[in-house]
Design a protein around this ligand. Sequence first.
Ligand SMILES: O=C(O)[C@@H](O)[C@H](O)[C@H](O)C(=O)CO
Length: 496
Amino acid sequence: MENFQSAINELAAGKQPNSSQELTVYEKSFEQKAGTNLVMVKSGTEKYLLAAGDGDIIQELDGETVGSGKVCTLSHENAKVLQKHFDYTRPQAFGTEIATMGLGDRLGVASPGHIETTRERKVKPILAQQSIRELTLLNRTMTDILDAAAFAVFQEGYKDGYGADADHIKLEEDIVHAIKLGFSFITLDCSEQIRNDIEGMSSDEIVEEFNKLSSDEKDYYHDHYLNQSFDAAGVPISFDEVKLAKNALVYGEAINFMEHVYTEYIKQADHPIDFEISIDETETVTAPESHFFVGKELERRGVKVESMAPRFCGEFQKGIDYIGDLQQFEKELSEHAAIAKHFGYKLSIHSGSDKFSVFPIIGKYTEGVLHIKTAGTNWLEAIRVIAKENPDLYRRMHVYAEDHFEETLQYYHVTPDLDSIAPLNETADADLPKYMDHDAARQLFHVTYGILLTAKDDSGKDLFHTEFFETLLNNEDTYRDGLVSHIGRHLDLLGL
Ligand SMILES: O=C(O)[C@@H](O)[C@H](O)[C@H](O)C(=O)CO
C-alpha cells in the first residue's frame, strides 16, 4: 500500500494526485463532496477508489485505511455508495427524442472508450447492455454490468447521462430483477411468442388456422383491420383477409405478451424505463405492414414503447456488414422508419455493429433519432489489441476459437467461410491485427467470446482470461483509441 500513501496525502490536502510510475491517476474522476475527496487510480492492472477527508462518503466506503485515507476496491458495495452520492453514476431513461446507442461491454472495461466516443455527439450511450445470452456465456450478472458502467462514468467524470439496458429479456422474473436493480432500459424479446410456423403455410391454410380463433378475436381483427386503409407517415397500409389472418397468427400471442409485460412491470416501475420491443431475432422477416400491425395493436391497447426492433430484410449477421439487396433494404427501411415515426417511437437496429453500407440509409430515414445496438464489435476491438500487444496469446485464442466454433452455433446465426481465414502459421505477428479486418475471422471471434473467456485447463486454471485482462488493462489507451475510432466510424456514417 506504500504507493498509495503519497496520493492519499495529496488527496487529504484537497489536491488531485498526479500519476506516477506505480500509480495511474484518472484525473477526470477527481471529486470533492461533503468533506470527502475522491479519485480513481490504477495500480498494476487493478483499479481502486482513493478517499480522504471526512464525512459520510468516506465513512460509507469499504476500504483499507492508509494514512488518513482509504484505498477502496471497485466492489458492488462501493458502487452503491457512489450511486447514492453522485447522481450521474446512476443510469437514466432518455425517451424518444434523442438517439441512443447500445454499447454492450462484454468485458467491463470498454465503457471509458465508449464515453469518449459519444460524449460530444448527438447520441446518448447505453453503457450497461448485455443480453441474458451474453451474461450466461460469460458467467456475469446484471449487477456486474451495472457496477462496471457506474465506475467507468465516475472514472471519466462523465455527467451527461447514460443508460442501462437489460437486453433480450424473455422471462418475467428477469424483468422484475432488472427493474429492481435500476435498469433504465428493458428490451423485451418476443421471439418465443412469434409463430414462425405460419410463414410456410398456404393462404388457405392460414385462413383455416385463423378461423380456429375465437369469434370475439376474429370479430376484433375484422372490425379494426379488414380491408381498411391506413396511412403511416405516407406509407399506405392495408390488410386483406389473408394478410390480416397471417399477422394475427404470427404476432397475436407476442402482442399479448408485450401488453402483459408493459401493464404488469414497465408501467408499475418506480423509475422511468425506456421500453423496447424486439422482434428481430426470429426467422420471420418483419414486413412493413406487420410492423404497422404490431404498432397499431400496441397503440390501441395503450402500450407505450420507446423503441421497436423489427427483423429487417437481408441479413444482419454479427460483426460484419449488411448482407442483402441495398435497394430493397432502403425501400423497407424507409417504410419502417415512417411507421416508427407514425407511432412516436424510435426504430431500433439490433446487431448494429459494422453495418457500414446501410448506416447512411438508416441515418437518413430515421432523421438521426434511432436506437442502434452494438456489443460484439467492441469485444473484437479488444481482440485487435491482444493481437497487437500479445501475439502469443492471440495465437492461442485463435486456435481455441477455431477448435470450438461449432459449439457456438447453438447461440448465434453466423455463416463465416472459415476456410477463407489466412492460416495462422503463415501470418507474421505484425499482421495478426489484420484478422480483425477479415469477415470470417471477425465472426469466428465474435461468437466464441464466452468459450474463450471461461476456458480452463485440466487443473481448472483459466486458459486465457487472466492474461487477456492483464494485456488489455496494460494497454487501456490502445483499446480506448480503437473504440473511439471504430465506434466513431459507426456514428459518423449514421450522421450522429
Ligand atoms: O450477443 C448478444 O446477445 C447481444 O449483443 C445482442 O445480439 C444485442 O441485442 C445486439 O444486437 C448487439 O449488437
